[in-house]
Ligand binder design. Structure first.
Ligand code: SF4
Length: 763
């Protein structure tokens, strides 16, 4: 068992300041905040060059979320948002973590810092190694690093004792080579960050519509009657989506927002690109806000379905698209029968809403023909996540609002290439037709036994069934649930390896021995034998496009992700016929292999050189559902939440601040919620606080309760906030320690980070 360093952020306060919640989002404040961040991290001159290339057709793709760029004209001044600018500034930071840094600071001391402080140390410049029992990382050559990994992997009793994790920043080219290497090594242990975010979307959409991806395009927002944004906070997590919502409104669309929190980004927006819009009251976005209780979504959606049915019974043809239902779907009768088994009186309390406000929303849905549903983690991190998403599809199918302009599904991905990685085969359970293709192309027999997803990988390491952890990007310990359990799992490993750009806590919670392999960033030039290369990514709407860095690498001792995989393969695999070195000489060779083995990539190398990139085929977008189990779009029967809490208990959901992107903490402010300079906070309903005798800024300890187990997180400041009774919100990773590893979504196995039963104890 390796040395026990802090796996959690220290229990220390940073000097909170509470402000009024702003009346609108974005505007001038977003620009000034972004430019200040760029100036502080990168410097003005280099910063301007950086931003000029961000999301431009000749430039590089934002390493933030996966919101698409416009197909046609990109904004000349700024085709990025505040958080996109911060994301790239963090990558291009002038702060560096060199071998001297590691010689100076021990792992133990570094782990005493907060995730924010660790991240601010900067870019790692050289590969480093932590021998067993050592206190400091030391420099190692790439050659020695790969040989060490190759030896550890080959010393395993079997390949399934190794875990190969992927974070959604990994490019298509690197992801494709990585899955090929891992399968040639002999395992399908390919957990990825999607297991913790949109896994439920993939499962539910594949079952109902035959494809695990959203069906709409960005253009559809200009042709819709109604956008429903449920369980998503785009103002912070997908900020450019706000301009698409603004455009939809301009075209006459309405917007319904469903969320336990009144996120200002969905209420009022000021266009940052138009100084005239910076003054005045901004543009209202949301027409109807339903402040639903946490995990009350299925009950709410069922009430809306019942109100649609009632209207249809009253006025046949007023609501249902019978032609679509008859031709394209299966199971409507069973759905209607099931809805009859529920009474609104039974469902309503679970929503925390009153019937009048739900009726108002249902009326908008009833009167709209073209509807887009957008969602994110607020729907996918619950036990009944799949039911949430399938219920949305039920509404859209009754309306025939799929597979036509201005209508459809829009799960918004949180990581720039998380969808692309899955398309490339990064998944622990890829279908046989995918595996057959790569076997034929590379003349080997890939393993067919399904591997571990994230939760099962953690359990396998905890139970010492897995002994080597390899992370392609990401910050595993801070992204995953049950922090102390996961830390023990990582410490149980013989070897932990991280391919990273910046220092993070996962480097400090390590196996007996550990390695950090520093890779190139998106904004940096990637020069291989044949010259400068570009990579490709796939955004939330299935557009594959290129990304090319223009900055000189922050260190001469970095390798690209594809080059790291090729060298790893050469150092590990004994009987491989894959020309690894040739493939990384020119990434066109990798793309030719992708074209040969993955549907939708015909003429890949030419198509991706089109500045707009290209759309992958999407049967749901084409209103074709023959790839579902029934050959039709499927109505489904879904379960309301069975969450039961006692009077003294609360439901906690973990959220991001506005100064955070996944586990990367840009700053300590959460400007859109009026909290500055503090992350150890819990948002509570004011009446609940009063009932519990908790005053504003009182210090409390939190305990979660699951299957008789108790987990604790100490030292949080109570903040009265607009949130339904018995519902609370905290930031991750600070409260990931409260999320039980055993508490996961049905089928998706996604940690239930949005439904954690807690008690709150005043200190
Ligand atoms: S919306 Fe997402 S992809 Fe676009 S600039 Fe912002 S963070 Fe980057």
């Amino acid at each position: 068992m390796s040395k026990r360093t802090n796996a959690q952020n220290p229990e220390k306060f940073t000097g909170i300041e509470l402000r009024a919640i702003p009346k609108s989002a974005v505007g001038f404040k977003a620009i000034s905040s972004a430019l200040k961040h760029v100036k502080d991290e990168v410097g003005i001159a280099k910063g301007i060059g950086l931003l000029k290339n961000l999301n431009q057709t000749y430039g590089f793709d934002c390493p933030g979320c996966a919101w698409p760029d416009p197909d046609e004209k990109r904004a000349f001044l700024a085709e990025y948002c505040e958080n996109g600018a911060k994301a790239i500034a963090e990558e291009a930071t002038k702060n560096k973590v060199s071998p001297l840094f590691f010689a100076t600071y021990s792992v133990e001391n570094l782990a005493k810092l907060s995730d924010y402080e660790i991240g601010k140390k900067g870019r790692i410049t050289h590969p480093v190694y932590l021998p067993e029992g050592a206190s400091h990382y030391k420099e190692i050559s790439w050659k020695d690093a790969f040989e060490l990994i190759g030896k550890e992997l080959n010393d395993l009793n079997n390949p399934n004792e190794a875990i190969f994790y992927t974070s959604g920043r990994t490019s298509n080219e690197a992801a494709y080579l990585y899955q090929l290497f891992v399968r040639q090594f002999g395992t399908n242990n390919l957990p990825d960050c999607s297991n913790m975010c949109h896994e439920a979307s993939g499962v539910a959409l594949t079952e109902t519509l035959g494809i695990g991806k959203g069906s709409v395009t960005l253009e559809d927002f200009n042709h819709t009657d109604l956008v429903v944004v449920i369980g998503q906070n785009p103002g912070t997590n997908h900020p450019r989506m706000l301009s698409a919502l603004r455009d939809a409104k301009k075209k006459g669309s309405k917007i319904i927002t469903i969320n336990p929190l009144p996120e200002i980004g969905l209420m009022n927006y000021k266009d940052p690109q138009n100084p005239l819009k910076w003054i005045g009251s901004g543009q209202n976005l949301t027409d109807i806000f339903l402040q639903v209780k946490i995990n009350g979504d299925v009950a709410l959606l069922k009430i809306i379905l019942k109100l649609m049915v009632a209207k249809e019974e009253e006025d046949t043809g007023a609501v249902f698209d019978y032609t679509f239902i008859k031709e394209k779907t299966k199971g409507v009768e069973e759905l209607l029968d099931d809805l009859d088994t529920y009474s609104i009186a039974y469902l309503l309390p679970q929503t925390g809403l009153n019937l009048a406000e739900i009726q108002e929303a249902a009326n908008l849905i009833i009167s709209s023909k073209k509807i887009i549903f957008c969602w994110a983690m607020g729907l996918t991190q619950h036990k009944n996540s799949i039911d949430n998403i399938r219920e949305i599809v039920n509404i859209l199918l009754l309306k025939g609002s799929i597979g036509k302009k201005g209508a459809g599904t829009c799960p918004v991905r949180g990581h720039s290439n998380v969808q692309g990685d899955r398309t490339m085969g990064i998944c622990e359970k890829m279908p046989d037709n995918f595996l057959d293709k790569i076997d034929a192309e590379f003349d080997f027999k890939s393993p067919r036994k399904h591997g571990y997803d994230v939760v099962n990988a953690i359990k396998a390491m905890y139970q010492k069934k897995a002994k080597v952890f390899f992370g392609m990007g990401g910050n595993f310990i801070s992204a995953t649930p049950d922090t102390e359990y996961t830390a023990t799992a990582l410490r149980n490993c013989k070897l932990t390896v991280h391919v990273s750009t910046k220092l993070n806590r996962s480097h400090l919670v390590h196996g007996k021995t550990a390695l950090i392999l520093p890779c190139l960033g998106r904004s940096e030039k990637d020069t291989q034998f044949s010259g400068e290369q570009f990579i490709t990514v796939e955004n939330s709407m299935g557009v594959v496009h290129s990304s090319k860095g223009h900055l000189n690498p922050c260190s001469e001792d970095l390798l690209s992700e594809p080059a790291i995989v090729a060298s790893l393969a050469n150092a590990t695999l004994k009987n491989t016929k894959v020309p690894w070195n040739k493939l990384v000489r020119n990434y066109d060779f990798i793309r030719s292999k992708i074209e040969a083995t993955i549907p939708g990539f015909k003429d890949y190398n030419n198509k991706v050189r089109d500045p707009k990139g290209f759309y992958l085929p999407n049967n749901a977008r084409a209103s074709k559902f023959d790839s579902t189990p029934t050959g039709k779009a499927n109505f489904t029967i879904n379960e309301v939440s069975d969450l039961k809490i006692k009077e003294h208990q609360f439901i906690m959901m973990t959220v991001r601040t506005h100064d955070q992107y996944n586990t990367t903490i840009y700053g300590l402010n959460d400007r859109y919620r009026g909290v500055l300079n503090e992350r150890r906070v819990i948002f509570m309903n004011e009446n609940d606080m009063e009932k519990k005798g908790i005053k504003k800024l009182d210090i409390v300890n939190l305990q979660s309760h699951f299957n008789g187990e108790t987990r604790e997180a100490k030292g949080f400041l109570a903040i009265p906030y607009s949130i339904p009774s018995q519902c609370t919100a905290t930031y991750f990773p600070e409260t990931n320690v409260l999320v039980p590893i055993q508490s996961t979504g049905k089928i998706s196995n996604t940690p239930t980070s949005k439904t954690v039963i807690i008690t709150i104890h005043k200190r």
